[in-house]
Write a protein that binds this ligand. Structure first.
Ligand SMILES: Nc1ncnc2c1ncn2[C@@H]1O[C@H](COP(=O)(O)OP(=O)(O)OP(=O)(O)O)[C@@H](O)[C@H]1O
Ligand SMILES: [Mg+2]
Length: 258
């Protein structure tokens, strides 16, 4: 039986009078790619912010592997293997692709308390390993040809790939992606899907938010639909697409899924 690497249970968050997330439940099994969709304002980004430590939930629980991590800081979650990507990708826009990805690997280098304080042999070995790891990531994500290019000079599509490269440099177990395909051409969307599949095949479980249903259907066997901050339903992409409640939720908004 598969293991659940991420469990979200009874999660709730309000902004003043607005209940952005209510009693949200879902889980991710080891090695799974789960889609999180819903109309604009459904609460997808808020859910990712709550799970990744950017926001503190009012209610509920987040469990990462065997550990309850509700309300943990983003840094502490990265150390424990949970990372998310942002829309603006590069940590240092003026620095090279290579140094940005190495920066992403720092969470791996400084794992543990003592190695961070003392420049031990163990720390040097970790640093050397991180440098090797960065090369592997640049190879696998097709970024070697732009390794020395400042991040801000990359075309938008490749900046998205760099965001994924930075995120996986810390060797996460679970990665949360907020609209990785937004603003990309059809060809770039296919390339990002391919990169996500490659990351997943390295044993990383994925939660992916996007409005592009073709992209989501191609990646996910299970999709959670959010509506007004609640789980409307969960199922296979084809089931979701045929669900009258889902269709109604989308028809009630300006932006329909692509
Ligand atoms: N920091 C905040 N303060 C107040 N309201 C917020 C805040 N963040 C989000 N909201 C509100 O919470 C609701 C959920 O927003 P959220 O950004 O999570 O939706 P979303 O599903 O990601 O939408 P989109 O598809 O447009 O990205 C919206 O009504 C939004 O206006
Ligand atoms: Mg959003």
């Amino acid at each position: 039986m598969s293991r659940q690497v991420l469990v979200v249970s009874g999660l709730g968050k309000s902004f003043g009078a607005l209940q952005a997330i209510s009693d949200l439940h879902f889980h991710v099994e080891d090695g799974e790619i789960v889609g999180l969709i819903g109309p604009n304002g459904a609460g997808k980004t808020t859910a990712i912010n709550l799970i990744s430590g950017r926001l503190k939930p009012d209610t509920g629980m987040v469990r990462l592997e065997d550990k309850v991590v509700t309300g943990f800081s983003t840094n502490s979650l990265v150390q424990r293997g949970l990372v998310r990507t942002f829309q603006s990708t590069a940590v240092y826009p003026e620095r090279s692709v290579w140094s940005n990805v190495l920066r992403g690997a720092f969470a791996e280098i400084y794992k543990g308390f003592w190695p961070a304080l003392v420049n031990t042999g163990a720390q040097k070995r970790r640093r050397d390993a991180a440098i090797v790891h960065v090369e592997t990531i640049l190879d696998e994500l097709g970024l070697q040809d732009v390794r020395d290019v400042p991040a801000q000079q990359l075309p938008y599509g490749r900046q998205k790939t760099l965001g994924l490269a930075i995120a996986i440099a810390s060797r996460p177990r679970v990665i949360l992606l907020d609209e990785p395909a937004a603003g990309l051409s059809a060809e770039e969307v296919d390339r990002v899907a391919d990169v996500i599949r490659r990351i997943n095949s390295r044993g990383v479980s994925v939660v992916v938010v996007d409005h592009n249903m073709r992209f989501i259907s191609g990646l996910c066997r299970r999709v959670v639909v959010l509506h007004h901050g609640r789980e409307l339903c969960t199922g296979k992409p084809a089931e979701i697409a045929a669900n009258p409640q889902v269709i109604e939720a989308y028809l009630g908004t300006v932006n329909e899924p692509a």
